[in-house]
Write a protein that binds this ligand. Structure first.
Ligand SMILES: CCCC/C=C\CC(=O)SCCNC(=O)CCNC(=O)[C@H](O)C(C)(C)COP(=O)(O)OP(=O)(O)OC[C@H]1O[C@@H](n2cnc3c(N)ncnc32)[C@H](O)[C@@H]1OP(=O)(O)O
Length: 581
């Protein structure tokens, strides 16, 4: 009966659940929420779905819904023969179900959530296409369930995978367990599930939980896919269903009961306590790394710390009233130096208010002395001799909000209130994850009006690796063509993906911290002859003295390291090994 249905579906390729099939689906499309993109290759018939929901590709209701819909569409698309699932995040394939969907849940949403999770699993597990997972990061619990629902799994070394649900005090559903058994066998599955085992890729390969290890799982999947696609689709698909039919049938029969069990089980007090503790532990891992943090700026501070090691030396540029609240929080959390700029006279009152409130805490509080002039400069029109009107470093503080409707404000702020030319100013982007995307969009928007030179953007990427992780997703998207045009030559992007290069740069930067500026400049000049004079042109004395690290120089160093200029790279290596700075 089941096989008959499958045959019918393959034969007719008619719409499923009322979803329309696009006439021509080749090319790249992004999900409505921009949480994943699909790149459909016309030549091979293979579609790559790249999940990019920061920070962890955790599966919440909306993400699952959209992903599921996309998979169902591909399942019905005749010209699609293979699907590869992967992630654009640097170290996570998927962190599994979004725990927040289960912690203190709303009953209706919880029900929808689980129904959709069942649905996506079915769409994957019973897909007539060849489906593969390029597991390029951690893949616990729900992430592993998704991977198990595919036909072939290739994983990057060192990351972990497994059904660790018991660690959270919850139980993997019977259908996930069945798929695990089908892959690694009854005994191993029982053992792994009871203990909530997470395996490294190397261990996972040994027990057949994954099929291969590769440093480039996506490429490896694409290569392997070609072998699978040599076979006639109908024969391969029917064989797949012969193997999986009983599991799918069992799931379909039991799914209602499974749902009832889930919605009863999750809100139980004991389960909620266990989930709460797990969440706390997840968060407190971070707190250990961060000695100082305050609630709503925790993420921001972590990012600064991660990037700059010593955020007490960070220079902030204040851009608007809302962000002032963040600035305030940052100051309260230990940030020693805040430079507040404002070019609009109308906001003077507000500035004075902040100044009075934080007089003791601010080491400096200033506006650009010639802020009136700044107003006249257009982003495009700034000549080099006027570099002194540029900020030495721009820190964009974005609103911390998940409310998408508020995000346009950022766009507004950027467009209306940025008076500077960012051509040579490194931009340090402080943002929560939702905002990362918004900033990219803002820059795209900005591009339509005032061109932001590519180097500025490159620094922006440079200082936010999460943001960088977004690039592969954005690259092919039509929506972002403008952004791509102004994207820097991809050296920097490569650099941040190349751990070795990145480490090399990091080692160098460590020596660079806390060194007097005057000592740094001559050294830098040796590497990059123009840089010193550029800095002087910038009239750095305007900010008194610059003893703190200069982001721009760091950016320059990164650029040099990233370039294929062996000479520069050697100098950097030698300098850093001699501890000259
Ligand atoms: C009856 C129920 C059936 C259940 C079936 C499936 C259940 C599940 O899938 S439950 C989810 C289980 N998932 C996990 O246990 C993974 C938890 N996460 C981790 O262990 C790590 O995050 C991971 C190893 C994946 C990655 O580590 P890092 O690279 O160090 O990242 P962070 O830990 O810093 O994570 C970044 C950010 O994401 C938040 N996060 C991570 N996972 C989840 C999640 N599953 N749900 C919600 N949020 C998650 C994490 O807290 C961090 O947030 P911030 O602290 O705000 O940065």
């Amino acid at each position: 009966m089941f096989l008959r249905n499958v045959m019918r579906k393959i034969a007719s390729q008619k719409s499923l659940n009322g979803l329309a099939i696009k006439k021509n689906y080749f090319g790249t499309t992004s999900s409505l929420l921009d949480d994943f993109s699909i790149n459909a290759n016309e030549k091979t018939g293979v579609s790559v779905i790249t999940m990019s929901k920061t920070p962890a590709n955790s599966l919440n209701l909306e993400f699952i819904q959209e992903l599921s819909m996309a998979i169902q569409k591909l399942n019905m698309e005749k010209s699609c023969r293979g699907i590869i699932l992967t992630s654009s995040l640097p170290s996570i394939f998927s962190a599994g179900l979004d725990i927040l969907e289960m912690y203190q849940p709303e009953p209706d949403r919880l029900e929808k959530f689980w129904t959709e999770f069942q649905e996506i699993w079915l769409a994957l597990y019973s897909s007539p296409k060849t489906v593969m997972s390029a597991i390029n990061g951690h893949s616990p619990a729900g992430g592993c369930i998704i991977a198990l629902a595919t036909d072939y799994r290739i994983m990057k070394p060192k990351f972990t995978i497994g059904l660790n649900e018991t660690m959270l005090g919850i139980v993997a559903p019977f259908w996930a367990e069945d798929s695990m058994k089908a892959v690694i066998g009854q005994r191993r599955s029982e053992y792994s599930l009871q203990l909530g085992k997470l395996y490294t890729a190397e261990e996972a390969l040994q027990i057949n939980l994954i099929d291969e290890i590769s440093d480039n799982p996506l490429q490896a999947c694409e290569d392997e896919m070609m072998n699978w696609l040599k076979l006639p689709d109908h024969a391969r698909t029917l064989t797949k269903f012969q193997n999986r039919g009983h599991i799918i049938e069992k799931m379909k029969k039991g799914r209602k009961e499974d749902l009832e069990k889930f919605v009863k089980f999750i809100p139980r007090e004991g389960i909620q306590m266990a989930l709460g503790t797990y969440l706390d532990n997840l968060k407190s891992r971070k707190k250990k790394q961060l000695k100082t943090c305050v609630s709503d700026v925790e993420l921001i501070v972590r990012k600064i710390k991660y990037n700059l090691e010593d955020y007490t030396k960070t220079t902030f540029f204040y851009l608007g009233a809302q962000d002032g609240i963040l600035a305030e929080n940052l100051i309260n959390s230990g940030c020693k130096k805040v430079i507040v700029t404002e070019h609009k006279k109308s906001n003077e009152e507000h500035l004075n208010e902040i100044q009075n409130r934080f007089r003791e805490k601010f080491l400096r509080f200033t506006r650009f002395p010639n802020s009136r002039i700044i107003e006249e400069y257009k982003l495009d029109g700034l000549e080099e001799k006027n570099w002194h009107t540029q900020p030495k470093v721009a820190v964009i503080l974005t609103l911390l909000t998940n409310d998408r409707s508020k995000l346009s404000l950022n766009s507004y702020l950027l467009r209306k209130q940025f008076p500077f030319n960012f051509g040579r100013t490194p931009i340090f982007l402080l943002t929560d994850n939702t905002e990362s995307k918004v900033i990219l969009m803002n820059e795209t928007n900005l591009q339509t009006e005032k061109r932001i030179p590519s180097r500025a953007l490159s620094y922006m990427f440079l200082y936010d690796r999460t943001l960088l992780a977004e690039i592969p997703r954005l690259k092919p998207s039509q929506k972002y063509t403008k952004l791509i045009k102004i994207q820097p030559k991809s050296d920097l992007v490569d650099l941040l993906y190349d751990e070795d290069k990145f480490k090399e740069a990091e080692v160098f930067l460590k020596h660079f911290f806390n060194k007097p500026y005057e000592r740094v400049i001559p050294k830098i000049e040796k590497i990059c002859p123009n840089l010193g004079s550029e800095l002087i042109d910038m009239n750095i004395t305007m900010l008194d003295r610059v003893k703190d690290l200069d982001f721009r120089i760091i950016g320059e160093i990164f650029r040099l390291v990233a370039s294929n200029d062996n000479y520069s790279r050697n100098i950097i290596r030698v300098l850093s090994s001699r501890h000259e700075f």
